[in-house]
Design a binder for this molecule. Structure first.
Ligand SMILES: Nc1ncnc2c1ncn2[C@@H]1O[C@H](COP(=O)(O)OP(=O)(O)OP(=O)(O)O)[C@@H](O)[C@H]1O
Length: 630
């Protein structure tokens, strides 16, 4: 199955006629309160057998399988500017199986000219000529080779504009839809620029030998690039992209994120660090420790998911981070901010840090979604959600599926429910230990467990190959980011020109999202279900808030195509106020926002413990491997 039409049709049949697909309770093989769907059980339907999960194995002290210590290219003094190939590392870094590839609609993301299906809005004092190919962009030859290894044939629209802007030495705000290559949009030009100068700019670095000992040989980490993002998973993912794009160069990437031991991360920093990716809490920790990390050499500070991190209540820590801990007096320091959403408030805060002549690039309306996500909304009463979820999942060919719920407790319930009904699930939320989190991501990425149940902690940035279906088991509350959060969540599918399906369960509790949801559906020519009809705007002219400042909006400067800056900024109103609840003083730990610690009322009576892994796995059935999409 390679098109979402098939998935969609299958879904329509099932979810629009729930009575027809539920068999007599007499046939039920599950507890009496559950109804057995008339179709096959999960294994007969092609789902792999669930993998029993023992949390105990993560309790061991010497867990060493941290994502942050993954191998990277180790440059040696005797190499020239570009080191020799390392075949084994190359195989690991560029393994096509687990890296998303450009899909059939890639050309829509790529077009930056008049024909582009998305509006392009560039505000810049200098005339910015977008590039059309990587080769013409004056990119370092080692980077060109790395792009080829990554299979990046053409730049995406956001890359077409950020590459020349960064080459010209400007601060940048880059806004483009989910899955449109924003990570490459900052990494490619920054790393390419530094590749030719690394020897001159980088701090002295130790020679890594067999008897390497951090206490004796370690150096102070003095990165040239600092990349800050809100979650650990995203930090690891950007680190992976940096490992690929730094391949064969002198630039050595490192990652720093909460939950994993300081020791292993510090040891990596002490081997030399040119590119540091991390979550704010851990970076600040290292900055405050003696002889570990200084930001005095930093040339580029990048804030990914900037609207998430630019929160007024975190201003002090943010200032400290942005100022390089009072140490960086280098005028030649560029600041770059990226996201798929950027409201007015963020824009104002961002301008405190950016130079006056910064370039603002917006591909499509901030907060919009790519057209190639099919969005379905189904009315499901709260008490029917689990059965509906099971029916929905079994109604489709097995495909990598991400399920969002609004609370950590509910993640456990839903995961247990699906697992105990024979589905290969894993789950992730902020109360899991770091080894558990890393294992969940790995299992999902490699399709050992092709269904992942999670909270909003996975809403942003996660880039996993072949996620064809995102399910909002719960729609995000206004306090959890509302429509902005919805947009980021469904953006985990249909990445880089691939198609995808997003299904959301809606009921009376979701009324606060209805008006924004309808506008987003209308903007993308999606079907409006009858129960959402009343929320259609009376005025056919859809109005969305954007990131224009008030003065720009008054002058009409902030308008993006048809999307006028409205006086009531829906995005702004929907920014959650419980951001960072998970952390101490928010940035004291990772800024893992959008994950509610408030529990939704749960249907089940006894607050069952998370039992997953203790139930006997169902007997293996015939698996039709041809239908499996991972
Ligand atoms: N020019 C390109 N050609 C092909 N693939 C690309 C290109 N640029 C980036 N990609 C791939 O596209 C995928 C999505 O990129 P990325 O994660 O940077 O998206 P994003 O815009 O940051 O999304 P989000 O807003 O969800 O964080 C990645 O797997 C990346 O490797």
């Amino acid at each position: 199955m390679d098109s979402y039409d098939e998935i969609h049709d299958a879904l329509q049949d099932v979810t629009n006629n729930p009575d027809e697909i539920v068999a007599d309770d007499d046939d039920a093989q599950f507890p009496a309160q559950d109804k057995k769907p008339a179709f096959l059980n999960p294994q007969e339907a092609g789902w792999s057998e669930p993998v029993p999960f023992t949390y105990d194995r993560f309790a061991i002290k010497d867990f060493t399988d941290w994502a942050g210590i993954a191998p990277r290219y180790e440059w040696k003094e005797e190499y020239g500017e570009v080191g020799p190939r390392n075949v084994e590392l190359e195989r690991q870094l560029f393994n096509a199986e687990f890296v998303p590839r450009a899909g059939e609609r890639f050309n829509e993301l790529q077009q930056a000219g008049e024909q582009a299906p998305y509006s392009v809005n560039v505000e810049s004092e200098l005339t910015l000529e977008p590039i059309t190919t990587f080769e013409e962009a004056g990119i370092h030859p080692a980077m060109i080779e790395n792009l080829q290894l990554c299979n990046y044939e053409w730049p995406t629209a956001i890359q077409c504009y950020t590459i020349p802007a960064i080459r010209e030495g400007r601060d940048v705000i880059g806004i483009a839809q989910t899955g449109s290559g924003k990570t490459g949009a900052f990494l490619i030009p920054i790393l390419s620029k530094l590749m030719g100068k690394a020897k001159k700019l980088a701090a002295p670095r130790p020679i890594i030998t067999e008897d390497w000992d951090s206490k004796r040989h370690g150096v102070l980490a003095e990165p040239l690039v600092l990349i800050v993002c809100p979650t650990r998973e995203l930090a690891n993912q950007i680190f992976d992209e940096a490992r690929r794009l730094c391949y064969r160069s002198m630039l050595r990437p490192c990652v720093a994120y909460g939950g994993a031991p300081h020791k292993s991360q510090r040891e990596e920093l002490q081997k030399g660090c040119d590119i540091l990716v991390g979550t704010p809490g851990r970076i600040l920790d290292f900055m405050r420790q003696p002889n570990t990390l200084t930001t005095k050499r930093v040339r580029y500070t990048v804030i990914d998911e900037a609207d998430e991190l630019l929160q007024a209540d975190w201003e002090m820590d943010f200032k400290y981070l942005m100022s390089g801990g009072d140490q960086n007096e280098d005028a030649d320091h560029r600041y770059l901010m990226f996201s798929a959403s950027f409201n007015k408030e963020c824009r104002k805060l961002a301008e405190n840090y950016l130079s006056k002549d910064h370039v603002r690039i917006r591909i499509s309306r901030p907060g919009s979604v790519v057209k190639h996500i099919r969005q379905n909304i189904h009315w499901i009463h709260k008490s029917d959600k689990k059965q509906a979820l099971y029916d929905l999942v079994l109604s489709l060919a097995p495909t990598r599926t991400l399920i969002f719920v609004n609370s950590k407790l509910e993640v456990d319930y839903v995961d247990d429910y699906l697992y105990n009904h024979g589905l290969p699930t894993t789950s992730l939320h902020g109360d899991r230990t770091q080894p558990e989190r890393e294992d969940a991501i790995r299992s999902f990425r490699t399709a050992k467990c092709p269904i992942m149940v999670t909270t909003g902690v996975s809403a942003r940035g996660l880039d996993i190959v072949n996620v064809m279906h995102v399910i909002n088991y719960d729609l995000p509350r206004a306090s959890q980011g509302g429509i902005t959060e919805y947009m980021h969540r469904i953006g985990r599918t249909a990445r880089i020109g691939n198609v995808g399906l997003a299904t959301s369960f809606y009921n009376d509790n979701d009324e606060d999202l209805a008006a924004d949801l309808v506008k987003l559906l209308m903007e993308n020519d999606q079907e409006i279900p009858p129960f959402l009809e009343p929320y259609k705007p009376s005025d056919a002219n859809l109005t969305f808030g954007d990131d224009s400042t008030d003065s720009e909006a008054e002058k009409g400067r902030g308008e993006t195509g048809a999307w006028a800056a409205g006086s009531d900024d829906a995005e702004e109103e929907n920014e959650g106020d419980d951001k960072g609840e998970d952390g101490d003083s928010a940035w004291g730990q990772d800024a893992e926002a959008a994950e509610s610690t408030h529990e939704e009322p749960v249907d089940e009576q006894p607050a069952a413990k998370h039992t997953k892994g203790r139930m006997p796995a169902p007997a293996r059935q015939n698996i039709n491997k041809d239908d499996v999409l991972w």
